[in-house]
Design a protein around this ligand. Structure first.
Ligand SMILES: Cc1cc2nc3c(=O)[nH]c(=O)nc-3n(C[C@H](O)[C@H](O)[C@H](O)COP(=O)(O)O)c2cc1C
Length: 324
């Protein structure tokens, strides 16, 4: 089986971590493991699979996240992911949205450890890439530590050796997905207890992490850290990852150099009939905390929609970053 280094990863995020976003993030960190948005088994089997599996060679290491609970379908999709070149498949057992619950996808599966175990077993059989699980520390009505251990124990017995723990429970009724990322309190202590009680499993911590210093601290207790929102809103955070978290030699890169490196990709996208905002919407946070950040965002999120000359607006945004 190939090995994937999960010391630092960028979380799967619907509508956010599409292939354009991952291409951009990869320019900033060579080491971060990047996750796709969740793709349901139904969409992959019956929909435009080429679109869902699309990724650039440069995106590696890259993991596909699947949503589903039918073991046979998940197994088919895992094979598709391996054939398409993904380095890992992750099963979503953390997403709380109603739409997802009706189809038995996401966090509601925490109430069905044996079903998740069956899914993982069938997914892992017949592929060489690792199958991992991303989950919560519980769901309402099933949030005791004993139940969490039952879940992790049952699923690990089926062959899953890496768990990414979003360290808050999900409340399946009454809270929106957004509130479910903010309202239930973060319990890093419970995730840490899991690592103590399952020392042979890889436990990756997720939820509320915002700085490289926090990553370094959590890496004292956990095998890896996963960042979602902060990586998206402040992608320059990733420029510290390779050096500080993986011990690589510090690369001398600037934000404008990243935008220059993105230029051929943007030009190619335009040449193929794509729209510039498909890509530029993911880079709005690059100027965060820089003078001119507002102007940068405005150019790339508003002006670029209205223009016939997107590359001219792109160059204006670069000039703003350079302080010109
Ligand atoms: C816009 C958005 C979309 C998300 N989509 C997914 C998803 O498809 N699959 C998933 O497992 N989690 C999803 N999440 C949850 C994140 O992966 C992550 O667990 C959560 O944001 C907590 O991490 P953070 O505090 O670092 O953002 C999403 C989060 C956001 C903000």
């Amino acid at each position: 089986m190939n090995t994937v280094n999960r010391r630092f990863s960028v979380a799967p995020m619907m509508d956010w971590t599409d292939h354009h976003c991952r291409y951009f993030l990869r320019l900033i960190s060579k080491r971060a493991l990047l996750y796709t948005e969740m793709v349901t088994t139904g969409a992959l089997i019956h929909g435009d699979s080429a679109r869902f599996l699309r990724h650039a060679e440069s995106e590696h290491p890259v993991a596909l996240q699947l949503g589903g609970s039918n073991p046979a379908d998940l197994a088919v999709c895992t094979k598709m992911a391996e054939s398409a070149g993904f380095d890992e498949v992750n099963l979503n057992v953390g997403c709380p949205s109603d739409r997802v619950q009706n189809n038995m996808i996401g966090a509601c599966l925490m109430a069905h450890p044996q079903l998740v175990a069956d899914c993982v077993k069938q997914m892992q059989d017949g592929v060489d890439i690792p199958v991992t699980v991303k989950h919560r520390i519980g769901i309402n009505g099933r949030d005791s530590y004993a139940e969490l251990c039952e879940f992790v124990g049952t699923v690990s017995d089926a062959g899953c050796k890496s768990f990414t723990v979003h360290a808050r429970i999900a409340i399946l009724e009454g809270l929106s997905p957004k509130e479910n990322r903010e309202v239930p309190p973060l319990r890093y202590d419970i995730a840490a207890q899991l690592k103590t009680d399952f020392p042979d499993l890889e436990i990756v911590l997720n939820g509320g992490i915002k700085t490289i210093e926090q990553c370094t601290e959590h890496l004292q207790s956990f095998d890896g850290v996963m960042i979602g929102r902060e990586a998206y809103h402040n992608p320059w955070l990733l420029s510290e990852v390779d050096h500080q978290l993986f011990g690589d030699v510090q690369r001398n890169i600037s934000r404008t150099a990243i935008l220059e490196q993105l230029r051929p990709y943007l030009l190619q996208h335009l040449a193929q009939g794509g729209k510039a905002p498909h890509i530029t919407r993911h880079i709005l946070g690059l100027a965060q905390s820089f003078p001119g950040a507002r102007r940068f965002r405005q150019l790339l999120s508003a002006d670029i929609y209205k223009t016939d000359e997107p590359m001219r607006v792109y160059d204006q945004a670069i000039a703003v970053l350079e302080g010109r």
